[in-house]
Write a protein that binds this ligand. Structure first.
Ligand code: PGA
Length: 251
C-alpha cells in the first residue's frame, strides 16, 4: 500500500551552526507551520546533532518531525563522539538518515555499518532513511544497478534480522547529482525505484517501502520530478536552507 503522505526531508547537513539554526527556525516558524498544514504533506527537518532537541521542541505543536543525519552503529559504550540511536529517540527524533553518500565517502561508512545502524534505529522505533546511489565513475562504468543492489541488500538483510515486517525509507541519491544541478531523467529514476523495490521485496517480501529521490532537487525541476508515479517524496539538501525555495518545492 502506498503512503498517503508525500514527504519532504530537509537535510541541513552541517550548513547551519546552532545559533543560525535557532534564527532560521524563528524567522520561518509561521511559514513552516503553514507548510505542514498542506494536505497529505509531511515535512521532516534534519539539522545537525546539537540542534535536534531544539528544533523538535520548537516545532512540537506542529506536525513537523525531526530526523538525525546519522547515528552510531553501536548501542552504547566507549565510542567517543558518537551518538546512540536511543539518545535520538529520547529527544524525540522520529527519523534518521543512514548511509548518506557524504558519510560513505568522508567517514568511510560501509554497507555493514549501514546495516548495524538500521538495526539500532529499528530497535529504538526510529524510521531509517537509507540513502543509496552510485558515484559518477560507477555510472560511467554501467555499475549503477550493481551498486544499488549491494546497498539495498545490506540494508534489507539488517531489517530482516530484526523483524519480518517493517517500514523503511529508501532515498535514491545518485552521488553525481548531489549539489551539482545534474539530475537523472524521470525514466531513469522510475526504473531505479522499480529495481530498488524488487531487490528489497526479494529479501523481505513484507517490507513496506517509502521511496524518495534526492540530488539537486530545487524549485525549478520539482514539478517534473513530481510526475514520477512511484515516488513518495524528496530528500532536499541545498534548497532546503532557503525557505522561499523550500516552500516552492513543497507547494
Ligand atoms: P542537494 O543534496 O539537494 O544539495 O543536492 C541532497 C542530499 O545530499 O541529500
Amino acid at each position: 500500500m502506498r503512503e498517503p503522505s508525500f514527504f519532504y526531508i530537509a537535510n541541513w547537513k552541517m550548513q547551519l551552526t546552532f545559533a543560525k539554526t535557532v534564527l532560521f527556525c524563528k524567522k520561518n516558524q509561521n511559514n513552516f507551520e503553514l507548510l505542514t498544514q498542506k494536505k497529505n504533506t509531511k515535512i521532516v527537518l534534519c539539522p545537525s546533532f546539537e540542534s535536534l532537541a531544539f528544533v523538535n521542541d520548537f516545532f512540537k505543536k506542529s506536525s513537523l518531525s525531526v530526523g538525525a543525519q546519522t547515528c552510531s552503529s553501536y548501542e552504547k559504550g566507549a565510542y567517543s563522539g558518537q551518538v546512540a540511536a536511543q539518545s535520538l529517540s529520547d529527544i524525540g527524533c522520529k527519523y534518521c538518515l543512514v548511509g548518506h553518500s557524504e558519510r560513505r565517502n568522508f567517514c568511510s561508512e560501509t554497507d555493514d555499518d549501514v546495516a548495524k545502524k538500521v538495526q539500532q534505529l529499528l530497535k529504538n522505533n526510529i524510521i531509517p532513511i537509507v540513502c543509496v546511489g552510485e558515484l559518477k565513475k560507477e555510472r560511467e562504468e554501467k555499475k549503477t544497478y550493481e551498486v544499488i543492489e549491494r546497498q539495498i541488500r545490506a540494508a534489507c538483510q539488517a531489517v530482516k534480522k530484526f523483524t519480518k515486517e517493517s517500514k523503511i525509507f529508501i532515498a535514491y541519491e545518485p552521488v553525481w547529482s548531489i549539489g551539482t544541478g545534474d539530475i537523472p531523467s524521470n525514466q531513469e529514476i522510475t526504473e531505479i525505484l522499480k529495481y530498488i523495490t524488487s531487490i528489497a521485496k526479494a529479501v523481505l517480501p513484507k517490507i513496506s517501502l517509502v521511496l524518495l529521490y534526492g540530488g539537486s532537487v530545487h524549485e525549478k525541476n520539482v514539478k517534473i520530478l513530481k510526475e514520477i508515479c512511484d515516488l513518495d517524496g524528496f530528500l532536499v539538501g541545498g534548497a532546503s536552507l532557503d525557505f522561499q525555495k523550500f516552500q516552492k518545492i513543497v507547494t
